[in-house]
Design a protein around this ligand. Structure first.
Ligand code: 26A
Length: 338
């Protein structure tokens, strides 16, 4: 069993030109929280661009992908908060259809969250701007609901996006403590540079519980700067993150850093290794939205099957390669990973 927590969001994806990014002060490859100045972006997208509505939310993406690889439904349970509206119906239908058992908390106070996904440079860049809305109203009482409690008590692997640090650090820590007590694996993602900068305290409250940490090179670099690592060498950065204080000393922290088309860096047992990724000619890249989430999904699917880390990484790479060849975090057919 896999338990994930995060912000369920409906992605509004559009191919745009860079002027739109400039207009809203966004970077070509980033993920941010919407501020007041970003609110008109959502209507502008609908009015002026061809918008595709796709199920998103980082953790939910990862769990959907894990379910796809596992081919056995309801291994993964997702918690997060949504509104009572059509968007949450779309999200739930999609996630359930992909085999994820969603246990949403519902609020009447805000609509389901959305994420503007601005695709530029032929799909190689994606800039995300999340309007969390209902997702932000998640409260820790949800994990006291009997069926949620039961799912938490039965999980073998736990996963939180870094994004959820902006919503409920209390929930992350409480679930991580249950994982620790049960000697199960707790995993987290750096998710975006802004989290290491502006949610540093929350991130470092969670870090001692993190058995496996994921991130990409930009996120890892920001983390290194924020923590005065005094190096930008990715191997050294990954080793230093792995060596940060840890609650369960019997399980050394594994750190997995993706670097786009460059090799994946993996620190395990204090040793650093590289895994090359599959080369994709640029004409095959549709959009990189969801690539990192799919990577984690492929990894988790093998991890719950207790496969060695090498297999987890190979599956992670395979899965990410599939997802970048499609729009958003989507897939179809039987997974052909063996
Ligand atoms: C708190 N923020 C900024 C976010 C997100 C997010 N999911 C949760 N919280 N910002 C973007 N995403 C999701 O990331 C996926 C791609 O990795 C998007 O919904 C998108 O599906």
């Amino acid at each position: 069993m896999l338990l994930g927590m995060g912000n369920p969001l409906l992605d509004m994806s559009a191919v745009v030109n860079e002027d739109l990014l400039v207009k809203y002060g966004m970077k070509p490859n980033d993920a941010i929280l919407a501020a007041d100045k970003h609110m008109p972006l959502y209507t502008e997208l609908v009015d002026k661009y061809s918008v595709e509505y796709i199920a998103g939310g980082s953790s939910q993406n990862s769990l959907r992908v894990a379910q796809w690889i596992l081919e056995k439904p309801k291994v993964a349970v997702l918690i997060g908060c949504v509104g009572r509206d059509d968007y949450s119906k779309i999200l739930e239908k999609k996630a359930m259809g992909d085999g994820v058992c969603v246990k949403y908390q519902y609020t009447d106070d805000k609509p389901t969250g959305t994420c503007a996904v601005l695709i530029t440079k032929n799909g190689t860049n994606r800039s995300l701007c999340a309007n969390l809305a209902a997702a932000e109203l998640f409260t820790i009482d949800h994990i006291r609901r009997p069926d949620v409690r039961q799912a938490i008590e039965q999980a073998e692997v736990y996963y939180s996006s870094g994004f959820f640090l902006t919503v409920s650090i209390e929930t992350i820590v409480e679930i991580a403590q249950i994982a620790l007590k049960r000697d199960k694996i707790f995993m987290m993602n750096l998710s975006a540079p802004f989290l290491s900068q502006f949610y540093k305290e929350n991130m470092m409250r969670a870090m001692p519980y993190v058995d496996i940490l994921f991130g990409n090179e930009t996120e890892a670099l920001t983390f290194a700067r924020e923590h005065n690592f005094d190096t930008e060498d990715m191997h050294k950065v990954a080793l230093k993150i792995a060596a940060l204080p840890k609650q369960n000393p019997d399980r050394q922290r594994i750190v997995v850093i993706t670097q786009g088309s460059d090799p994946v860096i993996v620190v395990e047992g204090g040793k650093c290794r590289e895994f090359p990724v599959v080369f994709l000619p640029s004409e095959k890249v549709v959009d990189t939205n969801g690539a990192g989430d799919a990577f984690v999904g492929g990894f988790m699917a093998q991890l719950v099957k207790r496969r060695p880390i090498e297999t987890c990484i190979k599956c992670a790479i395979w899965t990410a390669t599939q997802i970048v060849q499609r729009s958003g975090c989507t897939f179809s057919g039987k997974p052909e990973f063996d």
